[in-house]
Design a protein around this ligand. Structure first.
Ligand SMILES: CC(=O)N[C@H]1[C@@H](OP(=O)(O)OP(=O)(O)OC[C@H]2O[C@@H](n3ccc(=O)[nH]c3=O)[C@H](O)[C@@H]2O)O[C@H](CO)[C@@H](O)[C@@H]1O
Ligand SMILES: C=C(OP(=O)(O)O)C(=O)O
Length: 417
């Protein structure tokens, strides 16, 4: 298994270009199931998760190509409606094929995604939403089976905003008969990107980006060319790394409007931030001030940035309270950061108190999930000496060419095979 080795203590300097967003590309690619023709997706990041969804769609019968960040998906050959365990278990976002399959083919069978390191992550709201659209749902031998001759528009309320739940039901409702209203919907930029793409395919969706999305069903969707939005979590990761190493980094090809909360919090730590329409310059100060954060659905502070921000807080002046309100077990990185000398108390399951220490020490550490691996990379860049991070297959799920990008900024970072 690959490891990442970092000799820390260098200030990051230069320019880094942000890749397309994993969490936008995955639902977009799944949406191609709705189309009897070929969709083209641009700015698709080269990541494990993208390979996984491509394999899943190919297994269903779609013909896909993926080269130089362009993916084509021809959904005309889809003949299988079953997403098998071996493909689904590699990536939870595979649940995104459920809505499109039942909407277009009237029948879908998708392996139930299991729990994962960061929490149980149930899919109950995806299922009750599909039931509200008229699907019959059965869970049998670890598979979710959904059937409906044709989905019927409905009024659906989410108990809590769910990103992939909103995406699944929005996709399903595009081909339903009549109008669907999604209330308390997730508002993430990835939802807006998907709604725009579906509208380009001929769907009638309004309100995406607000808590109420209205979808007027159509009989069919047509092929479209779609560009994936920049990855706001990769953007935030490089911004935090720049601040954590007292660096000076221009993050280009990003959308500052998507990370307003991150920018405010990073400014409060003392980092100097300048934004342009598709660029952010971050200059870290000699000292970092402690800042409290609470993760919340968009536009709140993203849970996918909590681990990276915690790494920054480890050597900040003062005490930071970090409240994780989205996932019940998303502090596994805290124990690894403590192995590097951080002073962190996990007082309750979802609350961490980080008391700043003068410096972190390099150590062998282990990544437990995708953003935990980014947090350990940032800690490794801060710590003097050699940090070796194992289980970086988690990182490869969601960061394109991470070690190349950090190396180009002056980091001493390499992959050990
Ligand atoms: C591929 C993708 O886009 N992944 C993102 C998506 O995950 P994902 O879409 O899985 O996360 P959700 O927005 O659904 O989860 C939000 C909360 O709702 C709960 N919940 C969700 C669905 C459900 O049916 N029942 C239920 O209780 C979850 O356990 C969690 O506590 O949003 C998360 C929250 O921003 C991000 O961390 C993930 O990176
Ligand atoms: C948790 C994440 O992804 P996923 O929902 O695909 O597990 C993430 O991107 O941080």
């Amino acid at each position: 298994m690959d490891k990442i080795q970092i000799n820390g203590g260098r200030k990051l300097k230069g320019e880094v270009t942000i890749s397309g967003a994993k969490n936008a590309a995955l639902p977009l690619i799944a949406s191609a199931i709705l189309v009897d023709g070929t969709c083209e997706f641009f700015n698709v990041p080269h990541l494990m998760d993208i390979k996984s969804i491509k394999l899943l769609l190919e297994d269903l019968g779609a013909r896909c190509t993926f080269d130089d960040h362009v993916m084509t998906v021809d959904g005309s050959g889809i003949h299988k409606i079953e997403a098998e365990y071996d493909l689904v278990r590699k990536m939870r976002a595979s649940i995104l094929v459920l809505g499109p399959l039942v909407a277009r083919f009237g029948h879908a069978k998708v392996s139930m995604p299991g729990g994962c390191a960061i929490g149980a992550r149930p899919v109950n709201m995806h299922l009750t939403g599909l039931e509200a659209l008229g699907a019959n749902i059965h869970i049998d031998h670890g598979y979710i089976e959904a059937r409906a001759d044709r989905l019927i528009g409905s009024d659906i309320y989410f108990d809590t905003p769910t990103v992939t739940g909103t995406e699944n039901l929005m996709m399903a409702a595009t081909l339903a008969k009549g109008q669907t209203v999604l209330r308390n919907a997730a508002r993430e930029p990835e939802i807006v990107c998907l709604a725009d793409a579906l509208n380009d395919m001929g769907a009638h969706i309004s309100g995406a980006g607000s808590p109420m999305i209205t979808i007027d069903g159509v009989d069919k969707l047509l092929p479209a060319k779609v560009t994936v939005i920049p990855d706001r979590i990769e953007t935030g990761t490089f911004m935090v790394a720049a601040a954590a190493t007292q660096g000076d980094v221009r993050v280009t090809g990003c959308n500052p409007d998507h990370i307003g909360g991150m920018i405010s919090k990073l400014k409060a730590t003392g980092a100097q931030i300048e934004t342009r329409p598709d660029e952010i310059r971050v200059r870290g100060g000699e000292t970092v001030k402690s800042v409290d954060i609470k993760t919340l659905p968009y536009p709140g502070f993203p849970t996918d940035m909590q681990a990276q921000f915690m790494a920054l807080m480890c050597t900040a002046r003062g005490t930071s309270m970090i409240h994780e309100s989205i996932f019940e077990n998303r502090f596994i990185h805290a124990n690894e950061l403590m192995r590097m000398g951080a002073d962190i108390t996990l007082s309750q399951a979802n609350l961490a108190m980080v008391r700043g220490v003068p410096e972190l020490q390099a150590a062998p550490v282990m990544a437990s999930d995708l953003r935990a691996s980014a947090s350990l990379v940032i800690a490794g860049l801060m710590a003097k000496g050699t940090t070796v991070i194992s289980r970086v297959y988690h990182m490869d799920r969601g960061y394109e060419a991470m070690e190349e990008k950090f190396s180009a900024l002056g980091a001493d970072m390499k992959r050990i095979k």
